[in-house]
Design a protein around this ligand. Sequence first.
Ligand SMILES: C[S@@+](CC[C@H](N)C(=O)[O-])C[C@H]1O[C@@H](n2cnc3c(N)ncnc32)[C@H](O)[C@@H]1O
Length: 453
Amino acid sequence: MEQILGSSFKNFEAALDQPAPISIRLNSSKIFTEPDLPKVPWANNAFYLPERPQFTLDPLFHAGSYYVQEASSMFLEQALKQQVDLEQPLRVLDLCGAPGGKTTHLASLISEDSLLVANEVIKNRASILAENVAKWGSGNVVVTNNDPRQFSRLPDFFDLMVVDAPCSGEGMFRKDPQAVNEWSEENVKLCAQRQQRILMDVWEALKPGGLLVYSTCTWNESENEQNVAWLAEQENATSVKLELKPEWGIEASEYQGIEGYRFYPQQVKGEGFFMAVLRKTGDYEESIKGGRKKKYKVIIAGKKEQALVRSWFQYPDKFEWLQWGEIISAIPASQFEALDELYQNMHVIYAGTEVAEVKGKKLKPMHPLALSRHLNKNEFSIVDLELEQALKYLRKEDIALEGGGSDWVLLQYKQVPLGWAKQIGNRINNYYPKEWRIRMELPTELPEISVVK
Ligand SMILES: C[S@@+](CC[C@H](N)C(=O)[O-])C[C@H]1O[C@@H](n2cnc3c(N)ncnc32)[C@H](O)[C@@H]1O
């Protein structure tokens, strides 16, 4: 680092002893007022918190109202805003997706009729990714659990790819002491080789003209500029330059014609990060698939089943309604063909919005519907919970509700939906997903966490 930083090394060293800043990114489909907090300069809708609250005790955190994300990595937004026409329907891949920081960010930036494939190779991490995707509630995200190699089954499929690669984590040293213990020169070498393999494996799935955003949370050049330069040399790619504002404190680097962006803690309010953008050269030609009608893997829900649930969405005509056994789900209609291709070739673990379970004439709303931006609230009885009740609900305890009835109730906290309950007199059956429940005991005095009002 002394070689890279020269005279600013001392400040860098001192900054590593400072506490890491805490930042969050709001979900604009759930939170409509801007908090009175300092803003992350390169991202819209992102703010610094004065200290780390106990997020577990904030129902809005569980409702997907915001995502706790390190500020430097939100620079991804600039690559999209400066280089991509975000009004267009795009096919986007977030290759190393879990736990979902960049996935939820991308989901907020792309248009509703775009499709985001959020992939994670490690199975249990892919489930966490799917949970965060459902909580964010965008409805146009598909979660896959595949090795990067398997994306070669989808040549020229994506307009934009984000490879936030597994790395040696030098930029996380002050946030995560474990990263210090795991660091070795040998590990840096292994990471660099693995990153090259990942980049090569996935490159084929990017359309000519498409954009690749590569990032790590480490500083050594072998995992960063050198890898990007290597890819550009092997394949047809050009480096893409982004505009920076001097007050952001981001360091632009240049290495064999590759523009890189470096985030150092002595200069930016965020953790260590590196990002570079490449464009795949060449012209994209849409292949016209002729021949016999292909057999779809995705099954369209029957008219009868659709009729039961369409009114639960605000704009049901914009969606294709699908059925998997008893589960009805919805995806943006414009993405039906793309979704089918994904089902044909990849291991899809979640897609679109799971809306309902249909058993004969019985209908059960599914949890992701409660959290979806497309939910039509007018179709349901709504109960607003106070903090303690909301946390008890999220612990999957039974809570008492005023009034009577025996129907589905949408439970909310500060007007943001938390999930479903079935009212039985003045008690409820709690339908919060068991695997998502809060496991900690609630303190006797609950802190009022007002990250967002
Ligand atoms: C830096 S993290 C991703 C963080 C995520 N993009 C976010 O913003 O929340 C890197 C991810 O790559 C995954 N990973 C590990 N080995 C991998 C491999 N060989 N190929 C692809 N991904 C891998 C890890 O499980 C991890 O989830």
